[in-house]
Design a protein around this ligand. Structure first.
Ligand SMILES: Cc1cc2nc3c(=O)[nH]c(=O)nc-3n(C[C@H](O)[C@H](O)[C@H](O)COP(=O)(O)OP(=O)(O)OC[C@H]3O[C@@H](n4cnc5c(N)ncnc54)[C@H](O)[C@@H]3O)c2cc1C
Length: 292
């Protein structure tokens, strides 16, 4: 199997690195210090069409796949933007695959182009305080009513909810006691992040301050039937089409950060003079760098 990049893939990498070179270390440091979302970076990627890299062409994207998206995300992280830059656009790039695969033509037409253009910002609301990775136990309920669902519950660690206007939400529509398999009875919705019905509370964390993480308290949120993606009760299987590629992107981003760190360490080893010579002349410095 040939793992080499194609010319087109190399061109993506170069284009992203060129674009990211506009955003200096000082830019990222300032964003982190101010805990403010990197709007300029986000806008630049959106205007150049990169947010839609994996969105089908008929919905305003480039129609490329997970490999190209991973190359792009790796280059963003490697440029020095790190996890801050990558996670500011991460959700837009692949989390809407369930909409792409299971949404109706009308839903796709309404949802995908504004996300690819950077007009709509999406957060992804799955994790809950008491369930963690055990997603099938999630407690947020979407109770069926005529014409829609009434939603109540809590979500935890929801990234970008301070700046998002849309939300991809996983909630239980059939109680766990009434389903055959634990994975049944969850449903997926793409809806407005209505701040009258959802309190978004910032979580103070130890890093990545520019991209917010939040608790969501959802009280009597009304979601019309048209905002449900795919069949009722099938949400768990659908969401895996977003979560699985997301894991690939995160791995690629982590390698990008590793490359940025190695580059900095090698540069420092060349510049730092101790005992009248660069520290990089010592094997104790050279060997671990070479290993990395
Ligand atoms: C900065 C940040 C941003 C996030 N953004 C989002 C977001 O936007 N949207 C969203 O929905 N979620 C988000 N998350 C949540 C993230 O996806 C969860 O943290 C993750 O799903 C794990 O849940 P947990 O932290 O409760 O871990 P837990 O479920 O408590 O697990 C803790 C550890 O135990 C391990 N473990 C658990 N059960 C088992 C088992 N049976 N066997 C072996 N090991 C096990 C896990 O692998 C993990 O290492 C974010 C989290 C962070 C920290």
């Amino acid at each position: 199997m040939d793992f080499a990049f194609t010319e087109d893939q190399l061109a993506i990498r170069k284009a992203i690195l060129d674009l990211c070179s506009q955003f200096s270390e000082d830019y990222w440091l300032q964003k982190d210090r101010d805990a403010s979302f990197p709007d300029e970076f986000y806008r630049t990627l959106a205007d150049a069409g990169w947010l839609g890299i994996a969105t089908p062409e008929e919905f305003g994207g480039s129609g490329l796949g997970i490999t190209e998206a991973a190359i792009m995300m790796q280059a963003i992280a490697e440029s020095g933007a790190g996890m801050t830059g990558a996670s500011s656009v991460h959700m837009q790039v692949f989390s809407l695959q369930p909409v792409n695969l299971f949404g109706t033509q009308e839903q796709k037409q309404a949802i995908l182009p504004p996300v690819a253009e950077g007009k709509d910002r999406v957060c992804f609301a799955v994790t809950e305080p008491n369930t963690g990775l055990n997603t099938t136990e999630l407690k947020t309920r979407a109770e069926k009513r005529e014409g829609g669902y009434l939603v109540n519950g809590e979500k935890l660690w929801i990234s970008t909810a301070q700046v998002a206007n849309k939300m991809l939400l996983l909630a239980r529509t059939t109680p766990l006691a009434d389903v055959k398999r634990k994975t049944d009875g969850l449903s997926l919705f793409y809806t407005d992040l209505d701040r009258e019905k959802i309190e978004v509370r910032l979580i103070h964390k130890m890093g990545r301050h520019a991209v917010d993480s939040n608790m969501l308290f959802i009280e009597d949120l009304w979601i019309p039937d048209e905002h449900r993606i795919g069949e009722e009760g099938n949400g768990f299987k659908q969401i895996l089409h977003g979560l699985n590629p997301e894991r690939v992107l995160i791995a690629a981003e982590a390698i990008g950060i590793g490359r940025a760190a190695l580059d900095r360490a090698a540069k420092y080893a060349r510049e730092r003079i101790v005992f009248n010579r660069p520290i990089g002349q010592n094997q104790g410095i050279q060997h671990p760098l070479a290993k990395c």
